[in-house]
Design a protein. Structure first.
Length: 137
């Protein structure tokens, strides 16, 4: 009877050790890989209304090396200003004519992100989106 319990105990110890090694390997891999989605949110944005351009400078060095250090976008390339929910915050981004999303910044409050999007639409001369009525009839 004690030998059966000892065998089961050894199996549980081996399974626990394998699970622990798997978690350690996963954490090491996760720490080494760089998430470019998070890095592209680390930007400095300057909107020039005189030349009608947006200057986007990426702050993170890894993103600057792998993608681009800075980017000039004219107002004519911008199709719309959108706000996307990302769990704990709202992400303000521009949709460009080549169907890419240019992420500008991350805002804690949803209403603040919506107001910033409205201001950007007015500055760039874009139409405001039509509001959906909350009443279904």
């Amino acid at each position: 009877m004690w030998t059966i319990i000892g065998v089961y105990l050894e199996i549980y110890v081996i399974l626990f050790a394998l699970a622990l090694l798997g978690i350690v390997a996963w954490l090491r891999k996760r720490r080494k890989t760089v998430d470019l989605f998070e890095l592209r949110l680390q930007n400095e944005v300057q909107i020039d209304t005189i030349t009608k351009q947006i200057l986007l400078q990426n702050i993170n060095l890894v993103y600057r090396e792998q993608v681009t250090p800075e980017r000039h976008i004219s107002f004519s390339e911008v199709q719309g200003v959108q706000v996307q929910s990302s769990g704990y915050a709202e992400i303000l981004y521009l949709t460009l004519t080549d169907t890419t999303k240019l992420y500008l910044l991350e805002v804690e409050a949803e209403n603040l992100a919506q107001h910033m999007a409205q201001v950007l639409r007015k500055v760039m001369g874009l139409p405001q989106p039509t509001r959906k009525s909350w009443w279904p009839f």
